[in-house]
Design a protein around this ligand. Sequence first.
Ligand code: ZN
Ligand code: ZN
Length: 330
Amino acid sequence: MLFRCKNCGGNIVYSPEKKAMCCPHCESIDSEEKMATPQITEETKVTCASCGAPIDITEHTSATKCPNCGNYVVLDERVSGKFLPHLIIPFKIGKQDAKELLKKEFSNRPFTPAGFLSNASLDKMEGSYVPFFMYDYHSDMNYQATGTKVRTWVSGSYRYTETSYFDITRQMYADFEKVPVDASIAMDDGLMDLIEPYNYKELEQHQDKYMSGFLAEKYNMGERELTPRAVTKVMKDSKAMMEATVTGYATVTNVHENINPIKKAVDYALLPVWEYIYSYQGKEYKYHVNGQTGKVLGVTPVAKGKVVAYGVTVFVLTMLAGFLIRGMLL
Ligand SMILES: [Zn+2]
Ligand SMILES: [Zn+2]
């Protein structure tokens, strides 16, 4: 589909600044009409619905820009049926803001090549929606171990050491909401981890109009194929949560852990990223701006802080049964 202006016939795009469909040619708001889908003629070609020029696509492209007329085209058959996204975070950061954020981040860096922050280069920046699956999990956890606490004191010519042994038992459950796993092969997993967190509270019901003005991919891998990655995240966080409740012991041994994650729901979602590719001395450098939060990523190393961005509620049942062995040392 292509969104055309009823007033002037121009291509209408979604404006993050105005939070509305906006015609860049006559500045009218919400005057769009949907034009018919372009046909995917071959796996790697589609015909522009506006000017009829061929557009190169990949097997995963779901929205793109015509190199001939510059109109943004959404490929109907890749945003419908099994490819219909359930949820989307619409772009909140517009192109102008994304440019300013990059300038702010990099203008003071030494050795920045001259053209790097020029408007002509920055204008080539495009916003993309990256496909994600969002998993809801219920996790049941059991933990058993033996803990010790040690106390020493001196009385007369004796030094006493008291070691107390505890049976540590934990029964917990946690409900994980919207654990994100990116479903794009082209988008580097490490990069997506760095560009997070997104504020998932702002996920909305998907609407096609949010895609106009941006590039996008449909999911490259299926939800089942990506399930192990969600399970790994849930297991890791469950384990950490459980172990965080076991504190204050000198030693913890005989640990028996059991974590049982149960999948409750899966949503298919699109998340916004600005991408700026700069070619310098025959090499391509990629820069990214989170399209919701404005977080900037470039070649400069960024600390990979652990952020649990998705919602989680935890229930802990703690049972303590202690018994005592008193020892004495001369
Ligand atoms: Zn117009
Ligand atoms: Zn065109």
